[in-house]
Design a protein around this ligand. Structure first.
Ligand SMILES: *[C@@H]1O[C@H](CO)[C@@H](O)[C@H](O)[C@H]1NC(C)=O
Ligand SMILES: CC(=O)N[C@H]1CO[C@H](CO)[C@@H](O)[C@@H]1O
Length: 281
């Protein structure tokens, strides 16, 4: 054994990861955003996120997403690279944004599965995305990453977690010939703890990438939006998260506060938070 491999193999590092963070402001000053991401108490990162501000057909558009991988990072990384590109190139992106979102999810899933043929282990990813076109806020998700807004001080969830034991999700899975079983938690086929996701080739009949989409008007009562992986929501309630950052103007600092709180509360998972603050001035 060489000197270097002996010192490395004799160590059992206990690292506290430093969160990655950043942010920006839209050209029209209508919103600002920040993000923070930390691999939590395990050592490899399977959470990805994306924040983009684009001009599409003369409109300023904000695109925000959190993608939480399982079975490796392949699916989450792929979705980060392709989902918003597929979305903004959709011919009906402005005129029928909901249709464009549903199509972009479907298309991205199909393309990812086409790259997966030679893989032995299934990879998958959740997605929680928010698209801001003018004052229209469209939130879509598959899986259990969640979107929450603060409306006049109150937390309002704009997405529903896709868990295998939700009555309608379980019914959908059983109608497709699958089953849901308890194995530490409720799992599709006894394997997967989310009922919708990108990827997951072997479970695809049951684990669909069809998003649920909610539309909201970002009027003056809507102060900010949080998108986060379950690393946050497993240990911090919607209302506590909203209250904790309500007076924090800087969205990057807000995202860091949430990530640090989740870490402090012992979240053992990857933690990623995106915060978008609306300025109604
Ligand atoms: C699903 O199971 C979890 C426990 O894993 C439980 O907390 C939750 O209430 C259940 N939800 C439904 C709709 O049964
Ligand atoms: C750092 C960390 O928590 N990594 C984990 C991210 O999540 C996946 C799936 O939950 C784990 O397998 C990683 O170890």
């Amino acid at each position: 054994m060489s000197y270097l491999s002996s010192i490395f193999s004799s160590r059992d590092p206990q690292c506290v990861s430093i969160p990655v963070s950043g942010g920006g402001v839209s050209q029209n000053q209508k919103f600002s955003y920040g993000y923070a991401s930390s691999p939590g108490k395990r050592s490899s990162m399977e959470d990805f996120f994306d924040t983009q501000i684009c001009e599409v057909d003369g409109q300023i558009v904000g695109l925000f997403g959190v993608f939480d991988g399982h079975g490796g990072a392949r699916a989450a990384e792929y979705v980060k690279q392709k989902l918003f590109a597929n979305l903004i190139s959709h011919p009906k992106f402005i005129s029928d944004t909901k249709l464009a979102i549903a199509d972009a999810y479907k298309q991205t899933d199909k393309e990812f599965l086409n790259t997966e043929n030679s893989q032995h282990r299934d990879a998958g990813s959740t997605a929680s995305t928010a698209v801001l076109v003018g004052d229209r806020l469209l939130v879509a998700n598959v899986g259990d990453s969640r979107a929450v807004i603060c409306r006049a001080g109150k937390a309002v969830a704009l997405s529903r977690d896709h868990k295998p034991n939700q009555t309608d999700e379980r019914q959908r899975i059983e109608d497709a010939g699958g089953f849901v079983m308890w194995a530490g938690t409720w799992r599709v086929g006894g394997v997967l703890a989310v009922s919708r996701a990108f990827g997951d080739r072997l479970l695809k009949q049951y684990v669909v990438a069809e998003p649920e989409i909610q539309e909201e008007v970002a009027d003056e009562n809507v102060e900010f939006l949080i998108l986060a992986s379950d690393g946050l929501w497993d240990v911090v309630s919607n209302q506590d998260a909203v209250a904790m950052i309500q007076s924090t103007e800087d969205p990057e600092l807000a995202a860091k506060k949430l990530t640090e709180e989740a870490y402090r509360k012992g979240s053992a998972d990857n933690i990623t938070c995106v915060v978008v603050r609306f300025s109604h001035g």
